[in-house]
Design a binder for this molecule. Structure first.
Ligand SMILES: C[S@@+](CC[C@H](N)C(=O)[O-])C[C@H]1O[C@@H](n2cnc3c(N)ncnc32)[C@H](O)[C@@H]1O
Length: 273
């Protein structure tokens, strides 16, 4: 359901003439979902959903640019952790020979592949689906699917960390580091310095969406992902989502919860030491 919510945001943003993302598959996922979700209506809902879809557009642009930069640097191996209904493997312009591994729950891929089978295929990388639980030993499944730990890779963690308990998040970064050689890159969406108050802040959005957002997330405190990657020897750059939005002609405000305004977007590269 969270993946579908994000796809809905991308579908809305894709319809804008000045959209920050152009995802020709996003709407097909929303249309195919059953049972249809009955959404509340009214001005609060409109404002919250408009801000959410704007934010999804902003973050999509950030991760799209990250992929383009990684490809330009010669990286042809990409791992999308918690890929959900992400269609970057199909919609971005990848260099020949690129492989995009998508890790998520088996049920998500069942739905996703069914919808994609009915869509016209885009210009694409080789897309490899890896059903696995990201709280468990997912590297074994990734390696079995063909991932080559001797080659530099690009890792995406977009819309993922809040759904992992603190220890699983620590293990995830540890595993990414173990699987990365120098030259590898990582992009991370981080909800900000502290989880304290997330439940209260997300309450208005939960009310208008009819879904308890805080109940979907683990709110235990954990180390800042940028600090963690730096500790592992990665070079880290970070930008507030609101600043990145402004640089792309958009404005993020606190309509519907204030999560987007607190979010930090992180890019990291593992150098040779
Ligand atoms: C908010 S969606 C984001 C999807 C995608 N990254 C995007 O931005 O469109 C969160 C995704 O995390 C996946 N997820 C959450 N916990 C997971 C876990 N323990 N193992 C694998 N996938 C998980 C869900 O199945 C869902 O697809």
């Amino acid at each position: 359901m969270t993946a579908l919510g994000v796809a809905a945001g991308r579908a809305i943003e894709s319809r804008r003439s000045d959209g920050l993302v152009d995802d020709p598959y996003a709407e097909a996922f929303v249309v195919a979902a059953t049972p249809r979700v009955r959404l509340p209506s009214g001005p609060n809902f409109e404002a919250a959903w408009t801000m959410q879809s704007t934010y999804i557009g902003v973050r999509s642009r950030f991760f799209d640019l990250f992929c383009a930069a990684a490809a330009a640097a010669g990286i042809t191996q990409v791992v999308i952790l918690a890929a959900g209904l992400d269609t970057r493997a199909l919609r971005l312009d990848w260099p020949a020979g690129s492989v995009v591994y998508e890790v998520d729950q088996a049920g998500v891929f069942e739905f996703k592949n069914g919808v994609l089978a009915g869509c016209r295929a885009g210009r694409s990388a080789h897309r490899v689906v890896v059903p696995a639980d990201l709280r468990e030993d997912w590297p074994t499944a990734l390696l079995a699917a063909g991932f080559d730990p001797a080659r530099p890779s690009a890792w995406l963690a977009e819309g993922l960390l809040p759904y992992l308990p603190a220890q699983a998040e620590a293990d995830l970064f540890d595993r990414v580091h173990q699987l990365s050689v120098p030259g590898s890159r990582m992009a991370v969406e981080h909800l900000g310095p502290s989880r304290a108050g997330t439940a209260e802040r997300s309450q208005p959005l939960s009310e208008v969406l009819g879904v308890d957002i805080a109940d979907l997330m683990y709110l235990d405190e954990r180390e800042d992902p940028g600090d963690r990657l730096r500790r592992y020897g990665w070079d880290v750059a970070r930008v507030q989502a609101s600043e990145f939005a402004q640089a792309n002609g958009r404005f993020l405000n606190d309509d519907g919860g204030g999560l987007p305004t607190r979010t930090v977007l992180i890019e990291a590269t593992l150098g040779s030491s």
